[in-house]
Design a protein around this ligand. Structure first.
Ligand SMILES: N[C@@H](CCC(=O)N[C@@H](CS)C(=O)NCC(=O)O)C(=O)O
Length: 198
C-alpha cells in the first residue's frame, strides 16, 4: 500500500492530502502522522531528509518533495487534470509555490528565539510575501486560478489558509478583496474542510 507521511500543520503536506481527496485516491493511501525535527520520528527510517510530505510507494520507493509527489499522483489519475498542463497554469503553480516557500522561511525565522532572528531575513520575506500577494490579487481579479481544481489552485489555497491560521503576522487579506473572496470560496470544498489543521 502507498503511505503518506504528513504533519497536520504543514501546508506542503496539505497540498498532497487535498489532492488525494480531489482525485479520489485518499482511501487507497495510508496516512501516517509524523513528528518533525525529531530524531525519533517515524519518518526518518524512510526519508533521511525528514520532511513532509513523504510518499512511500508500494514498491518501497520513497518520494520526498511535494511537487514530485503531486506529479506522481497525476500519473495515477491523469483524467483528474491535477498537474498543470499548460504554461499559464505552470506559471500560476510557480507563483503559489514561491509564496509558500517564502512564508515557510519567514515562519522558520519567527520560530527562533527573538534575539536569534535576522531582521534582514524577516524584512526580505515580508516584502516578498506582500509583493507576491499583490500580484496574486491582480491575477485572480483577471480570471486567474479559476476553473477546475488543480495543483496550482490547491497550492495557492493551502498557502493562503496557512497564513490565515498559522502565519498570522502577515495581514494577507488587507487591500486584497478578490484574493480573500477566492480563498474563502475554495476552502469550503470538502477536501479543504477535511484537512483543516486543528
Ligand atoms: N520543498 C519541500 C518543503 C517541505 C517542508 O519544508 N516541510 C516542512 C513542514 S511544512 C518539514 O517537513 N519540516 C521539517 C524539517 O525541516 O526538518 C516540499 O515541497 O515538500
Amino acid at each position: 500500500m502507498v503511505t503518506l507521511f504528513y504533519s497536520p500543520g504543514s501546508p506542503y503536506a496539505r497540498m498532497v492530502r487535498v489532492a488525494l481527496i480531489e482525485i479520489g485516491l485518499a482511501d487507497q493511501v495510508e496516512h501516517i502522522e509524523a513528528t518533525l525535527r525529531d530524531p525519533a520520528s517515524v519518518l526518518l527510517p524512510y526519508n533521511p531528509v525528514g520532511r513532509v510530505p513523504t510518499l512511500r510507494l508500494d514498491d518501497g520507493t520513497v518520494l520526498t518533495e511535494s511537487l514530485l509527489i503531486l506529479s506522481w499522483l497525476d500519473t495515477r489519475v491523469p483524467a483528474a487534470g491535477l498537474w498543470p498542463r499548460d504554461d499559464t497554469e505552470r506559471a500560476r503553480m510557480g507563483t503559489a509555490m514561491g509564496l509558500m516557500d517564502g512564508i515557510a522561511v519567514w515562519n522558520r525565522e519567527l520560530r527562533r528565539p527573538e534575539h536569534e532572528r535576522s531582521p534582514g531575513v524577516l524584512a526580505l520575506e515580508e516584502t516578498r510575501a506582500n509583493r507576491t500577494a499583490d500580484a496574486l490579487e491582480t491575477l485572480v481579479a483577471n480570471g486567474g486560478y479559476a476553473g477546475p481544481i488543480d495543483a496550482a489552485r490547491i497550492a495557492l489555497a493551502c498557502v493562503l489558509n496557512y497564513c490565515e491560521h498559522r502565519q498570522k503576522v502577515f495581514p494577507w487579506r488587507a487591500g486584497r478583496p478578490t484574493l480573500s473572496d477566492w480563498h474563502d470560496r475554495i476552502v469550503q470544498r470538502p477536501s479543504f474542510r477535511a484537512t483543516m489543521p486543528v
